[in-house]
Design a protein around this ligand. Sequence first.
Ligand SMILES: [Fe+2]
Ligand SMILES: [Fe+2]
Length: 243
Amino acid sequence: MVTATEKFKITDQVGSIVTNWPAASRVFEQAGIDYCCGGKIPLDQACRNQGIEPQPILAALEKLVAAGTEPVVNATALTLTALADHIEATHHAYLRTELPRLCTLTSKVASVHGDKDVRLAAVRDTLAALAAEMGQHMMKEERILFPMIRQLDASESVPAFHCGSLANPIGQMELEHDQAGAALVQLRALTDGFNPPEWACNTYRAMLDALAHLEQDLHQHVHKENNILFPRAIELEIQRRAT
Ligand SMILES: [Fe+2]
Ligand SMILES: [Fe+2]
């Protein structure tokens, strides 16, 4: 029988759990539960989708609470401006450094070991496409959407946005997040869950380690945008229009 715990319930949305308790993302990462793009579903459904029981997940979440694990950054406590700044300074900066390095690693591993596993060429191509898309995506956030959010945060009324409402660019960004999420799912499948074969050299292992970290960071990144920054910005826009 499924029982509700003190802090968490199986009916809680997985995205909301991570919003209120960011360290829970570690439990979800381990269980393969998507808390960013697919985070708007209740915990029991997310567990069913993964073919796992919710009890061990609830127990692991409770353990985090009992251990007093503190979030690295409590994104819900930041202003919209500070949160946009934080996303740029951490997640965008990480991708700008890491994606070119990963493109080099995946190309190298595909050219040296592609004959042993044909999927390595697909890893290289999937990563290259993701890197190109994320480059464009981050540029749109940094040049268009985030400045609009900061402008709204700083003013008493709704600025005259050329796109009408923040909901329009946000909808487009969320669509692009779904595409990036799908590329991560593909990379995980192509690498057997980022697990090296017995014969893998150190470059191969370094590539898989970097891909696993990329998945983790991108999940955190998209979670902060989809589940915290964007809904709060839309809510503020609605509030400002009503006053
Ligand atoms: Fe971003
Ligand atoms: Fe984004």
